[in-house]
Design a protein around this ligand. Structure first.
Ligand SMILES: [Mg+2]
Length: 367
């Protein structure tokens, strides 16, 4: 659609979406509650011998410590790193406080995790004219009530809002105005596009697609030929065409964790060890979601990129990390991969249904 020579996004694709993302959430909560940790490199997560980092303070990030990094590696990179055991009860309750603030502005709040949510403020409860002002107010309110900082991205759809929230992090916000969306997308590196994973980004680069502007030169049929159904998505997203329905009561169907290895794993011993780390990450997510489930699925991606999954359904609902890990390890041993593995993942599905409406809200991750 063109007006006065300027390319336009059709109005039905324009909402006022805010993506709010707490800054180093778990680590910031711990620094808030333990003043002796302030200004220090802190990792919330497993011990330094085993396990993974769930969140790293900004001081720790300077040493390359980030979430999902094996604690042992984090410790090597930053020997003065202080490890703190996560307290999900506490994070959940802070999350609820923050969510209550969101709900004063709009009912359309979609939590992505304990520390992130999308808000649709196209029509907001306070009649505030701009989403930018709402985001600023919300961040101020969060700070007043929790002494924690949040960053926000504001734009026409979820994807753009999420890209924007990363821009002035920590404790900042960025608005990408409707007329700025298309030029912004042209300059955006392909790996930052919603739905473009590492593997797809590699493939796109081989095809000469490095930025949005390169992607835009491809017509839809060609993209579909190269990328299947996702081709349609790539074609639309670079044109700002994403319908962003913010779903307030998103109910999870599964919870998973996976890891791609920088070097393929060859031996079963290495694979079993890696599973332990993934199992811990998953256990943290299960605890955060207060979920339990019956089916454990092991995902393996081989060096030739073929993906296989193996599942086992347990007799009863479980949230026990040991039980889930044991099932995943059993699935690995039973299907003894005879090729090197580049990715492993564990998913818990067949989640326990909510007993009441109140419970079903709890099943989602409260924000
Ligand atoms: Mg965050």
């Amino acid at each position: 659609m063109y007006f006065c020579g300027v390319q336009q996004i059709p109005p039905e694709y324009i909402r006022k979406i805010i993506h709010v993302d707490m800054d180093a959430f778990y680590a910031s909560v711990e620094q808030r509650d333990h003043p002796e940790l302030r200004g220090k490199p802190v990792a919330v997560g497993g011990s330094k011998e085993r396990g993974v980092v769930a969140a790293a303070s900004y001081e720790a990030r300077k040493f390359g410590v980030h979430s999902a990094l094996a604690s042992a590696i984090a410790y090597r990179q930053c020997p003065q790193l202080i490890f703190i055991k996560p307290d999900f009860e506490k994070y959940r309750s802070v999350s609820k406080q923050i969510r209550a603030i969101f709900l004063e502005y709009t009912s359309l709040v979609e939590p992505l995790s304990l520390d992130e949510a999308y808000l649709d403020v196209t029509e907001n409860k306070k009649g505030i004219a701009t989403a930018t002002r709402i985001a600023r107010q919300i961040r101020e309110r969060i700070f007043e009530e929790t002494q924690l900082t949040a960053s926000a991205g504001i734009s026409i759809n979820k994807f753009m809002a999420k890209v924007a929230s990363d821009y002035h992090k920590p404790n900042g916000q960025k608005t990408i105005m409707p007329e700025e969306v298309l030029p912004f997308l042209e300059e955006l590196p392909i790996g930052k596009f919603f739905g473009v994973g590492k593997k797809t980004a590699e493939k796109m680069k081989k095809l000469g697609i490095h930025y949005g502007r390169d992607l835009k030169k491809w017509d839809q049929a060609l993209l579909v030929r190269e990328f299947g159904k996702s081709g349609v998505h790539y074609y639309n997203i670079v044109r700002g065409l994403q319908k962003s329905e913010v779903k307030p009561n998103r109910i999870r169907k599964s919870i998973g964790a996976e890891r791609t290895f920088s070097q393929n794993l060859n031996s079963q011993t290495e694979m079993l060890e890696a599973l332990t780390g993934i199992g811990q990450k998953l256990a943290e997510r299960i605890t955060a979601a207060k979920a339990s489930g019956k089916t454990v699925t092991l995902k393996l991606k081989y060096e030739n990129f073929e993906t296989h999954t193996r599942s086992q359904t347990l007799n009863a609902y479980t949230q026990s990390s040991q039980e889930i890990l044991a099932a995943a390890q059993k699935l690995l041993l039973e299907n003894g991969p005879n090729q090197a593995v580049r990715l492993l993942g564990i998913t818990l599905s067949n989640l326990k249904p909510a007993q009441s409406k109140a419970k079903s809200v709890q099943l989602t991750l409260d924000f």
